[in-house]
Design a binder for this molecule. Sequence first.
Ligand code: ZN
Length: 297
Amino acid sequence: MIPALVLALSLGQVSSAPYARSRADAGDSSSQCLFWTVPKITWYQSSVGNPPTKPAGSEFDAVRRSFQNWQEVFSSCGNLSMAEGGTVNDREVGYEVGGDNRNLVLFRQRRCSEVAPSNDSCWTDDVCGNKYDCWSNDSQTIAVTLTTYDEISGIIYDSDIELNTPGFYFTTSDGPLCNLPVTTTHCVSTDVENTMTHEIGHFIGLDHTTYLGSTMNPRAQPGETSKRTIDQGSKDFVCAAYPKGKPSVACIHPTTEQTLGRKAALAGCSSAGAEAWLPALAGWVLLAVRRRRGAGA
Ligand SMILES: [Zn+2]
């Protein structure tokens, strides 16, 4: 099993249902759904925050509010809690067997094209983002959630969220839409809470949907704050996939043989065992709807 980075949106298979669960093979509804099985997920923020956001430090609270938006839904009908682990110095996303593997939120402050030499092997290995602490994704992408999971069981091990600071002016105010250049803190350009509430949807196993009014719509307008409010379809996902007082719900139930094999590999924790269940990776992106940057108006 080779980890593969899949940008679900690029496949052009976006659901129009009230909610769509993320799948082990993005967009393939016959493959396993992704979900957490631990009762408590701890998430962390990079201590760097996002220096351009004003007032300074308000981005930390906006990220916190985004997790709280989902926590309210989980408290009413779900089976897990999301606990804040505080700020950390980590600047790496993804999953390492035997590593710390914190679930991390971080704003990348520069583009990889500006800091990673074009002949660096990180480009072919798809690791420039971690190596140079930079935004390695498309410039039109606002944020990416990178989830590491077991392809057979669908169990999520780790999920990290990166936000594109070189591409977007992240704000935390309620409105109105910012005029450019931004000279006030009281306007919305790309809202942190709007972005993060969407990304946390991916974090817990939601894929995109074009369903009207969904937090999981794959695009966001400048000035948008509507995704802060979690829609009924996304709430229904929490109640259905993470039922209160019961185990999380898979879409496909592996055979006993597969399940036992997986458990053995996990329990072994040897290098051979680790190779045997090398987790898969998937990335989901939130795209911007906007005019080209730099163009007037
Ligand atoms: Zn998305």
